[in-house]
Design a binder for this molecule. Structure first.
Ligand SMILES: [Zn+2]
Ligand SMILES: [Zn+2]
Length: 369
């Protein structure tokens, strides 16, 4: 393929705290096990902001964006799983299928796929080697990824709708289906109703929970949660959220609770908001500097299950096509998660809006599809 196609516009981050610079990059030649994908749409996720602000350590320069979908443009000589023209959702942790974790049925913990995706430059910006942001590099007109990162999906479903499968939907719905295994008729509380939290709400409704209590301090997000299936809202800025959840659950707390913020106070709230013998899943990505207090008695006496959550325990090859199908059938509402459709040049404004809590998701939409 021509070098022209490998030269694309991308939002490049050169260091912590700097704005993203939209500039031309040059993708490397497609290696035997690599796939070049022309992006159609790319969601702006909180983890991208965390890298820019230095809370999530990373290497520079890099192209952020890890929630994208597009069309395969070129495949390496050894690639058989996709062909040019295929529609794909990009995953940020391609399972290697041969490490300890993959063989143990926990591909989201694969310690080879992501290391390979991050381990070597995949292109250059002004001659300087570039690292694929969070393994994907989706804030660009095109990216070059390991073949396992490109998951083929039904081409009849608009790519703008399926972009969010790669992070928000995989994580949020996966937390419900793969980790908590929410049961029919159960009660669920969701602490934090950003993009991923709203996917937890939708997943809980799909799983047949009879009560889904949304907790947030932003009224607009609570309204959105109710439109997506929450049966009650708790405004955590008005009164004690735990008291309000207990009042809605006969004083016991919910069967399942999800924390989708990543802060000690909200993790503690989610744990307290689960009933005795219930299940708490920590979906939010917190910092290793934050400590959450639990007393020793409650940990045994309340007999709760406390789970971590990496990528919703998703197996991309198994789950992405299923999630796309649920989007196509209208069982999952991806469009309402998108507050703003923007261009690549608007990415810095999208970061500001996300930090201010003004948007659930900004979706970068690329032309040509
Ligand atoms: Zn994300
Ligand atoms: Zn592996």
């Amino acid at each position: 393929m021509s070098a022209t196609q490998r030269r694309v516009r991308a939002a490049v981050l050169h260091g912590v705290g700097e704005p993203l610079g939209v500039e031309e990059i040059e993708l490397a030649e497609t290696g035997p096990h690599q796939v070049r994908v022309r992006l159609a749409a790319s969601g702006v996720c909180h983890s991208d902001l965390s890298v820019q602000q230095g809370r999530l350590p990373f290497m520079f320069p890099t192209v952020l964006g890890h929630e994208g979908a597009g069309v395969v443009e070129e495949v390496g000589s050894a690639v058989t799983r996709v062909s040019p023209g295929d529609h794909v959702v990009l995953g940020w942790n391609p399972p290697c299928r041969r490490c300890f974790y993959c063989l143990a049925g926990q591909p989201m913990l694969c310690d080879i796929g992501l290391a390979e995706a991050l381990g070597s430059p995949y292109g250059t910006a002004a001659g300087v080697p570039l690292i694929r942001g969070l393994g994907v590099g989706a804030f660009a007109e095109a990216t070059l990824v390991p073949e396992g990162s490109a998951v083929p999906v039904d081409p009849k479903v608009p790519l703008e709708q399926v972009a969010l499968v790669g992070c928000a939907l995989a994580t949020g719905v996966g937390a419900v289906a793969n980790i908590a295994r929410v049961t029919l008729g159960s009660s669920v509380v969701v602490v934090g109703c950003g993009g991923v939290g709203l996917c937890v709400v939708q997943g809980a409704r799909l799983a047949g929970a009879s009560q889904v209590i949304a907790v947030d301090r932003v009224a607009a997000k609570l309204a959105l949660a109710e439109s997506m299936g929450a049966t009650a809202s708790v405004d955590s800025s008005a009164g004690d959220a735990l008291d309000q959840v207990r009042a809605l659950t006969e004083g016991r707390g919910a069967d399942f609770s999800f924390e989708v913020v990543g802060r000690p106070e909200t993790i503690r709230l989610a744990y307290s908001a689960a009933r005795r013998g219930g299940t708490t899943v920590v979906v939010g990505a917190g910092s290793d500097a934050d400590v959450v207090p639990f007393n020793a008695m409650e940990l045994f006496a309340d007999a709760k299950a406390l789970f971590g959550c990496v990528y919703g325990s998703t197996d991309p090859d198994r789950d992405f096509p299923m999630l796309v199908d649920l989007v196509a059938r209208g069982d999952l509402d991806a469009s309402s998660l998108v507050t703003r459709r923007i261009g690549l040049d608007d990415v810095n404004e999208a970061f500001v809006a996300m930090e201010a809590g003004e948007v659930v998701r900004s979706l970068i939409v690329f032309g040509g599809h």
